[in-house]
Design a protein around this ligand. Structure first.
Ligand code: FES
Length: 565
């Protein structure tokens, strides 16, 4: 089998000429013949001036290069798209598939024997894993690591659960303009990803749980020297992968996804991770079912006491023992025969690990933080293909409830009316947002965390049932039903709800039902998104090919054929 520079030759109709030319041009970069004969490790670099979370990637990549060289490989880094969560319009999710295509094509098109994927901010890790899974080249993930917390008047601040908490207080009139400005300056004070168990940290943990990142690396803070040591070790691992030819499809098995779902539930992870896992799974022909999530959820306790569900931050999680403490507690429930990038099985790894754990942060399975998993899927007449709720971050009193719908037709409608003093709304109502899904918005923005109407927030209301076809930031919290599928713009029942309808939510029964006679519903005209500008380029590709939330919002043409469980 060809390796190194002889992989995937440029097509001139003469392979020997192509290799001679490639070697000649590679030598122009100063590499010796001996260096060029080594296994080549590509390093996918997602740093960008528009991504604060990746500010330290140059230093991390230097450490990866050290590890590759020490293990006898040749490191060659290359740039890819970067997705800085808060710098993208209308939402980073619109571009996750684009980044995955960039990663896939550059990993496949360039001559590398293995690749280190360096990312961290929300959509970058899923995009890199999706791309690497499709490229079929041995790959290992290195995450950026979380930020450290800041302080405001003695109170700890961590992006971005505290961003929302302080903003809610500001909206309720409890925080002055000067004070919210002071908070703004203290929320994100170091490089790294958000400081709580949001989507970035969740995906970091899941990369490790899937076996695609080195054990013990998910939670190391971005600025900690251990992260540089992890980068060096990741470089060494990539050289071993180049030699063993252990490809992602042998790691990303149905059993590995089951393990990842277990860990997702036990860490009280982000709802977004369900979409990303479904998309990664789809790239290797694995169908991830929301009904499977429910089966596992009932039997998987929440072990980790982290924001937004609990009280601690990622740096506390690291100090408490890191992710390793979670699978050890779940050992009886995990599929231990799964391979990891180290070439060992999960079972071998867990048998060897016995690190110290702070039980104040990572509970034992016999004394969990919450007895059942943090996420549940709901089905019913309002969500025939499913919806998702993070029950670990909700007001328990609302989980079994029925309410009157107050419907917003779009994000613009929501912005226009939510704070109007004339809005007909009570705390017992269900706020409903439609046309904010994959096609409707488009890109499925994190708009599902509908603000509490100002007049209710001002009266002290902190949670209400909120339902939408949108997503929610992994750092947010509340009784928020998300990812309703099919979305309104795809003709789902959400398009026919009217203000005043009754909706019933039962988390116990896993139901979300619109209490309207089906014949009456069929008579109603669906409320579609306002006609948009004719789309072109990537947006057009997105609108024509994006799948619904239950398939992870991947493009139909990027998924692999199903493989048997
Ligand atoms: Fe990058 Fe939160 S903004 S992880």
């Amino acid at each position: 089998m060809s390796h190194g520079l002889s992989r995937g030759l440029t097509n001139y109709g003469d392979p020997d000429f192509a290799l001679y030319l490639r070697r000649s041009f590679a030598r122009s970069m100063g590499y010796s013949t001996a260096a060029l004969a080594r296994p080549i490790v590509g390093i996918a670099d997602s740093s960008s001036g528009f991504n604060n979370c990746h500010r330290h990637l140059p230093e991390l990549i230097a450490a990866v290069r050290r590890g590759v060289l020490a293990a006898g490989g040749l490191p060659l880094d290359f740039p890819t798209i970067s997705l800085g969560e808060v710098f993208l319009e209308p939402t980073s999710m619109l571009y996750r598939n684009l980044m995955s295509m960039d990663v896939e094509e550059m990993v496949r098109a360039q001559p590398m024997d293995a690749v280190v994927l360096v990312g961290g901010c929300d959509k970058t890790v899923p995009a890199q894993l999706m791309g690497a899974a499709s490229a079929g080249v041995p790959a290992v993930q290195l995450v950026a690591g979380p930020m450290m917390t800041g302080r405001h008047r003695g109170e700890r601040l961590g992006a971005c659960t505290d961003c929302r908490r302080f903003w809610a207080r500001h909206r309720a009139g409890q925080l002055t303009k000067d004070e919210i400005e002071a908070v703004e300056g203290g929320l994100a004070t170091t490089t790294g990803t958000c400081a709580v168990m949001g989507t970035a940290s969740t995906m970091a943990c899941l990369a490790e749980a899937l076996g695609m990142a080195l054990p013990g690396t998910a939670a190391i803070p971005a600025v900690h020297a251990d992260r540089l040591r992890a980068a060096e070790a990741t470089g060494e691992t990539a050289v071993a992968l180049a030699r063993s030819r252990l490809t992602p499809d042998r790691i990303l098995t149905p059993a590995a996804f089951e393990n990842a779902l277990r860990v997702l539930l036990a860490i009280g992870g982000s709802t977004n991770a369900i979409l990303h896992l479904a998309a990664i799974a789809g790239r290797v022909g694995v169908d991830l079912s929301l009904r499977e999530l429910n089966r596992l959820s009932d039997d998987t306790p929440v072990l980790v006491d982290l924001k937004p569900s609990g009280q601690h931050y990622m740096e506390d999680f690291f100090a408490a023992g890191g992710l390793g403490g979670v699978p050890r507690e779940l050992r009886d429930r995990l599929r231990l025969d799964c391979l990891t990038v180290t070439g060992e099985t999960l079972g071998t790894r867990l048998a060897a690990e016995n690190g110290w754990v702070d039980r104040g942060v990572i509970r034992g399975a016999g004394d969990p933080f919450q007895p059942a998993g943090g996420l549940v899927a709901l089905f019913g007449s309002l969500a025939p293909a499913g919806a998702v709720l993070k029950r670990s971050a909700t007001d328990a009193g609302l989980l079994e409830s029925e309410g009157r719908a107050v419907v917003f037709d779009s994000l613009e409608d929501l912005a226009r009316r939510i704070d109007a003093p004339t809005l007909d709304v009570t705390p017992a109502d269900f706020l409903v947002l439609r046309n904010a899904g994959p096609k409707g918005a488009p890109g499925m923005p994190e708009a599902g965390y509908l603000p509490i109407p100002r007049k209710l927030a001002g009266a002290g209301v902190t949670d209400m049932v909120r339902i939408s076809d949108a997503r929610m930031s992994g750092t947010a919290y509340g009784t928020v039903v998300l990812h309703v599928a099919p979305e309104a713009a795809a003709g789902g029942p959400l398009a026919r709800v009217r203000s005043g309808d009754r909706i019933r939510l039962s988390v116990r029964e896993r139901r979300l039902d619109l209490l309207v006679d089906p014949a009456e519903l069929a008579r109603r005209a669906p409320v579609a998104p306002a006609a948009a500008e004719p789309s072109r380029g990537y947006r057009r590709l997105f609108l024509e090919h994006v799948l619904q939330a239950d398939a992870g919002c991947d493009f139909d043409f990027l998924r692999a054929a199903s493989r048997p469980a």
